[in-house]
Ligand binder design. Structure first.
Ligand SMILES: [Zn+2]
Ligand SMILES: [Zn+2]
Length: 152
């Protein structure tokens, strides 16, 4: 796969992505709603080693909620959600990139499931699995990640 360039709407925050995502998820948690300024987040999950993070200064990172194992970065110019770095036990370091950062014609997998569906703003109109609650959503995240490793 060639390198894919992800960029925010104003072009200030850019990431270089060197491998396909492990999986794609739709997250309805309230933090994702605020971070993405959207009813839910459409997010691609990559191994951190496959994504070159934006140049320092082009993204402002902050911790939205303890424990601080997720850092969320927005573009200081246009305010768009740009990137999330995630480090949990049992998993390698991961980097999550909003779908909106990638080119419209990027070759991407379909979403696997809905996460934190209990805090949804609106019901989803699809047949994807729905995971509710912290434990169920965390467990599903681990499951989809491990499945993606087996497939490659
Ligand atoms: Zn979320
Ligand atoms: Zn921007």
């Amino acid at each position: 796969m060639n390198t894919t360039e992800a960029r925010c709407p104003c072009g200030n925050a850019r990431l270089a992505i060197h491998a396909p995502p492990r999986f794609r998820m739709l997250c309805h948690c309230t933090i994702c709603q605020r971070f993405n300024q959207a009813p839910f987040a459409d997010v691609l999950v990559y191994r951190a080693a496959d994504v070159q993070l934006p140049e320092p200064g082009t993204v402002e990172f902050s911790t939205w909620k303890p424990p601080p194992n997720v850092q969320r970065g927005t573009c200081p110019e246009c305010g768009a959600a740009a990137v999330e770095t995630f480090h949990a036990s049992l998993l390698p370091k991961l980097t999550m990139v909003p779908r909106s950062m990638l080119p419209a014609d990027a070759d991407l997998p379909e979403p696997t499931a809905h996460f934190f569906y209990e805090t949804r703003v609106a019901d989803a109109d699809d047949a994807l699995p729905r995971h509710e609650g912290f434990l169920s959503s965390q467990w599903a995240f681990l499951k989809y990640y491990l499945r993606s490793r087996r497939n490659r």
